[in-house]
Design a protein around this ligand. Sequence first.
Ligand SMILES: C[S@@+](CC[C@H](N)C(=O)[O-])C[C@H]1O[C@@H](n2cnc3c(N)ncnc32)[C@H](O)[C@@H]1O
Ligand SMILES: Nc1c(NC[C@H](O)[C@H](O)[C@H](O)CO)[nH]c(=O)[nH]c1=O
Ligand SMILES: N[C@@H](Cc1ccc(O)cc1)C(=O)O
Ligand code: SF4
Length: 451
Amino acid sequence: MSDAVTPSVPRGEFDFRHRPETDQSFENALEKARAGDRLTVADGIELLTTGTDRPGIDRARKERVLEAADRRRAEVVGEEVTFVANLNNNVTTACNTGCLFCNFKDRSEQFRTDYEEDHGGFTKTPTESREIVADAVERGIYEVTSVSGLHPAFALDEEHREILESSDRGDLNYRPPAEYETDPGNYVDQIEAMNVGGVHVHSMTPEEAYHARRGTDWSYEEVFRRLKAAGLDSVPGTAAEILVDEVREVICPGKIGTDEWLEAMEAAATVGLDTTATIMYGHVENEAHRALHLDRIRDLQDRTGAITEFVPLSFVHEETPLAERGMVSGGATRHEDELMIAVSRLYLDNIEHVQSSWVKYGDAQGLKMLTCGADDFMGTILSEEITKRAGGGFGECRSVREYADMIAAIGRIPVERSTDYEHRRRVDPGADTLGPELGPQADGTPLISEK
Ligand SMILES: C[S@@+](CC[C@H](N)C(=O)[O-])C[C@H]1O[C@@H](n2cnc3c(N)ncnc32)[C@H](O)[C@@H]1O
Ligand SMILES: Nc1c(NC[C@H](O)[C@H](O)[C@H](O)CO)[nH]c(=O)[nH]c1=O
Ligand SMILES: N[C@@H](Cc1ccc(O)cc1)C(=O)O
Ligand code: SF4
């Protein structure tokens, strides 16, 4: 996170059709934002760039955008800052999709029984997943978030496995579990395994759902229906990256396209699952792409009403192929991060919560984001691999005590929430001991021992 006013992304080196150019003026766009009018893509671009009439970010203008967003946040959700007691349980790092921003993945050949060298990745069996989740539920978590690599041995369920086994198509990215040192089981097995002790299971991104129906004519609705029956409660809207295909072609050519991502999210909503939505920004894209992305998310929410929160994920560049290949020289600057949060709040007039991710911004900047339009401060997560493996250094866990102290320090009200924000509990920063209370087995005991 640099402090420069000029973005560190080598804008202009990519021959994109969408450019941050508009007929709108910054002042006009800001006026509309302040009045609560629905913004257009051109308005979004003006706000994200602090005006296309001048180069770089104008600090005074930026402050006015942040102020408008902070005011909107206060009107929509008030002074409470929420967080969830949750655990991240990533099942496997095996993935051959090859996204250029990702260093979480390990090539799946290395996981085969005949591979000798150590690869540093992991796969958990359903039994192992269950033990990890059960232990965290006992410690008081409300939710388990589980996102994983697209392991070739993964099938949705036994019926799907039979289809994959009997197919002679060579393009299905499938190999039988027997070829691997560790069998991750089926998606349904993993969800059933993690559905322990009444915990909320948040899993199966649109990209994972795509993998769970490869080689079949099943709809996304069918896939999510089966997963829901196995215990899935809500769907993470990651794999969104930038929902503009000319950007996806550069950073994740192996991933599903924008329309298919939207189709999967809509299907999850149709079968009654809540979702989140994300943007991963600060790599090769420009402000026009960011604004188009927000527009697509807002349309999706108009159709579904199922999105509980929007999460801007600032690209962590250090250890990624994009950086190694010299395609980017850094991530978003601090000013871009703040504007991304603020314009998300102003643009997404139909999504109540905007999350500040301490994994991406760290504590100090994460708190600052709570005055730029964000109102949710993520979760305890207890374990983190995706950002860490990309070179991020903000750690793996925050305790209820740390949350209470940090949120109180900026004069706001700490609130433990459920995944869907329906259950909420104000946390008293003055209490002697602080632990989660909303989880099915939570009794206020600290998640991690307090000094
Ligand atoms: C690692 S994937 C795991 C789930 C699944 N394989 C998928 O792609 O949906 C989850 C998300 O992590 C985010 N991510 C991965 N690498 C990142 C990085 N270097 N910086 C920021 N976010 C990253 C991306 O938004 C990605 O969609
Ligand atoms: N649960 C949330 C996370 N968890 C961390 C992620 O699994 C991941 O490591 C990374 O964020 C992927 O880019 N992160 C959030 O930002 N928000 C959450 O709610
Ligand atoms: N809670 C958000 C954020 C998140 C981001 C990245 C993840 O890998 C997981 C979760 C979601 O579920 O979408
Ligand atoms: S982002 Fe997901 S699909 Fe892409 S390489 Fe990483 S783990 Fe695989």
